[in-house]
Design a protein around this ligand. Sequence first.
Ligand code: SF4
Length: 241
Amino acid sequence: MADIAKRLSTNIAGNFFVDATCINCDTCRQLAPKSFVENGEYSSVYRQPETEAENFQAYQALLACPVGSIGALVPDKTVMRAATESFPMLIEREGARLGAPGAGGGESEVFYNGFNSEKSFGANSYFIRHPDGNWLVDAPRYMKKLVDTFERMGGITYIFLTHEDDIGDAPRYAKHFGAKRIIHRADADAQPDAEWIIDGLDTVEASPDFRIIPVPGHTDGSMALLYRNRYLFTGDHMAWD
Ligand code: SF4
């Protein structure tokens, strides 16, 4: 929960603010770029939401913030509830881009999970609903809301861990769903009991739709996941300073 006493002076006046516990993970700036901006070592609110859509996005950012650094002076519980329900957020179903969340009967769906975890420094995580078994790509906070939704969508078969920093609550999701965690041997110290350890530098075809590509660099055991030749989940492989 954000603390008004720690409100950063870089915030513009108004309902939303960021406090000094921000870890500068970028999540809020991705979800609500019209309200949040990087400011030195923190994010701050540079413009208060002016439309319903911007307000909704600011609440999504508040919920996804891994360390609870975003506050609203006058919280709107109705919008907060709707923003909670918007996660996991549908990115694409059956090749047609959609803007609304959902769990319909499409052949394949890709979601952004929200509820980023402090344990993974606020990394994004994703859920792929697939007829041959669902995949979690890195792991969000362990939240009942997400667990219930994943259950409704058929559970989790695999948890793909891009690298050692982005484990999040993967062990709890693995235990609950009986999922196989996948990690590279060079990063396996972070998950020594992972069910599937990848060795070497060769691409592994996990199934015709899923290719695991070792990409050492950010960490020795970094890996990318190529899904249907359309989505490349890269973890921090493309991150730069
Ligand atoms: S999501 Fe939270 S921790 Fe991350 S940059 Fe925004 S305010 Fe900071």
